[in-house]
Write a protein that binds this ligand. Sequence first.
Ligand SMILES: [Zn+2]
Length: 343
Amino acid sequence: MWRETTRHERNMAIWREELDGFVPPRVLDFHVHLYDAACIDPAHVPSAGGHPCPEYSREMLLGDLAEFYPGRETAAVCFGSPHPEHDQAANDRYVADSCDGRRMFALRLIDPDNDPDDVRADVAGGRFVGFKPYLTYVRKADPNTVEVREMLPDPIMRIADEFGLIVMLHIPRKARLADPLNHRQVRERCERYPRAKIVLAHIGRAYYLKNVVGHIERFADLPNCYVDLAMLNHAGVLEYAFSHFPAARILYGTDLPIAAAPGKSVEINNQYTYVTPVPWELSICDGGGRIRFTSFLYEELRAIRDAVGRLGLGRGFVEDLFYNNGMRLLGGVPAVGDREGRP
Ligand SMILES: [Zn+2]
C-alpha cells in the first residue's frame, strides 16, 4: 500500500511525536478528489506522486481520514478528477452521490463547454455547493496561455453568483500567483460576481517563497477571495500567507489522494519541485533510496505547525484554519431547500 498513513508505524510515530498535540479536534479538508474507476479514461489514470491511482472512492477517503488524523472528527469538500478525457458527468454523479452535505460536500466539475442550463439545473437540484474548473478543459495547445476568464466564463459565474457558490480555482499560467493577468481577471471575477466565493487552490500554486511575496496581498482586499493550503509543504510560504492574507479566508486542504503519497515539495533557487521515492512526471526521483519519506500530507501539517509556531498564533487561529473557516464558507451556501423559489 503506497499511501503513507498511520497504518505504517513510522507515520504513527510522526503523528504521536509531532502532530497529535497540534492538530485540532475537528478537521475539514477543503480539497479532495473523488472518483471511481468507471469515470476514468484508462489511458489517463491519475497519478498520486508516481503511484497509479485508478480510483479514489468515498470508502478509501473515509479510511484515509481516519488513519491520517487518529481520533479526530473529519469532513471534506470533494470534486472529481478534472481531465477532459475522463467521463465528467459520471464523475460529477459519483461525487454528488458520495456527499451528504453535512460531512462531505460536492463541487461540480466545470468544462467551459458545459451547457449553462445543465449546470444551473445541477446546482438548483441542491447536490453541489460549488464548481471545480480546470485549465485543461480550455483545451489550448499551450496550457500556459489559458486565462482565468476562459476557465470561468460569464454564464458560469452568473450561476455561481446567483447561488452563492464556491469556485475552486487552480490558477493558470507560468507565473501563477505572480501573474498580472491572473491578478486582473481574478479581481474582475470577484468584483463582478460578489456572491461567488473564489478559492485560490494551493495559495494560487505558490509553492516557493518568491511566488507568494508581494503577490498574495493583492488578493487580500477581495472579501470573496479565499486560499487553500493543499500540497503546501513550505513553512516560509505559509508564514508569509498567514501574516499577509486575512486569516478567516484561509482554508486547510490537502489534495488527497495525491497528498497520501510519499514525497515532499521543496524550494530550490526560487523554483520548486517535488522529491519522491518513485518516478513521477512532476518530481525529482530519489531512485537510490537515500531518503525515508512520509506523506505530502504530513509534510504539510509539519509546515503549518512550524509557521504557526514562528508567528506565535494561538489555538483559535488553528481551529479556524482547520475547520471553522471552511464550515462558515459552506454555511454561506444556501441549503437545498432554500434554493427553490429564488429568482
Ligand atoms: Zn487538486
